[in-house]
Design a protein around this ligand. Structure first.
Ligand code: CDP
Length: 233
């Protein structure tokens, strides 16, 4: 990926929040309606995790990773036809990024300073192109502190567990299934919030939106109305 200009060419909107708050689906829809690019930063952390697992590098060695290991790991980003693609050795990655193994391991990988710094450069290069909706945990606070609009999505734990289950095609979950999923999400929230580098935090200059009782359309429309002024810049 090469970006020549030093000037950001259009607005950047950041959407951060904890697991299951609806960041990625909201960001994707928003980007599509605004004809912006969508950066799913979680997918970048997932891609590195997937590559490490696929290479058979055991978790106890992840702590010793250095920059050149990441340069050689085969993960890269393509920016063809206005879409941001994530590839491993030139092959696009999709469902591989969402396996249980990757989901369980990704918070550990995302807590490594070397990984965060390596990905920071890639994310900022994408940001230079502007017209971007970026979602994750540290988009507004660390990666794009100068973003034009920052949103922080929250929702109560049960709502987030239900959404995650629905995403995995569990349409009518039992109370036990909801409890188990809520526990998994709570653990991930803890790891993401407690880590030393770029922990999950609400940026001070962000708008907090509680989506617990909002429909998807309502939350997208609300953010769209906040973004309206930006697109005329
Ligand atoms: O969609 P979900 O909230 O389940 O997760 P994701 O956005 O795909 O992110 C997966 C994991 O990557 C998170 O649990 C974080 O540990 C990490 N992550 C991060 O540390 N910083 C980001 N900007 C995005 C994701």
């Amino acid at each position: 990926m090469s970006v020549d200009s030093d000037i950001v060419c259009g607005p950047i909107i950041t959407i951060d929040g904890p697991a299951g708050s609806g960041k990625t689906t909201t960001a994707k829809e928003l980007a599509s309606r605004l004809s912006f690019r969508h950066l799913d930063s979680g997918a970048l952390y997932r891609a590195i995790t997937y590559a490490l697992v696929k290479e058979g590098i055991p978790p106890e060695r992840w702590i010793s990773l250095v920059d050149t290991d990441l340069d050689n790991i085969g993960v890269n980003v393509s920016l063809e036809d206005a879409k941001i693609g994530i590839c491993l050795n030139g092959e696009p990655l999709f469902s591989e990024l969402r396996t249980t193994e990757v989901t369980e391991c990704v918070p550990v990988v995302a807590s490594l300073k070397v990984v965060r710094e390596w990905l920071l450069g890639i994310q900022r290069k994408i940001g230079m192109l502007g017209n971007l909706v970026a979602d994750g945990r540290d988009m507004g606070a660390v990666v794009f502190p100068e973003a034009d609009l920052k949103i922080f999505l929250v929702a109560d734990l049960e709502a987030r567990a239900r959404r995650r289950l629905l995403q995995n095609f569990v349409v009518s979950p039992s109370p036990e299934e909801i409890m188990t999923e809520a526990k998994i999400i709570k653990n991930r929230d803890f790891t993401d919030t407690a880590r030393e580098f770029s922990p999950l935090r609400r940026p001070k200059d962000s708008f907090e939106l509680d989506t617990t009782s909002l429909s998807f359309e309502e939350q997208v429309s609300l953010i769209l109305s906040m973004a309206e002024d930006l697109t005329t810049i």
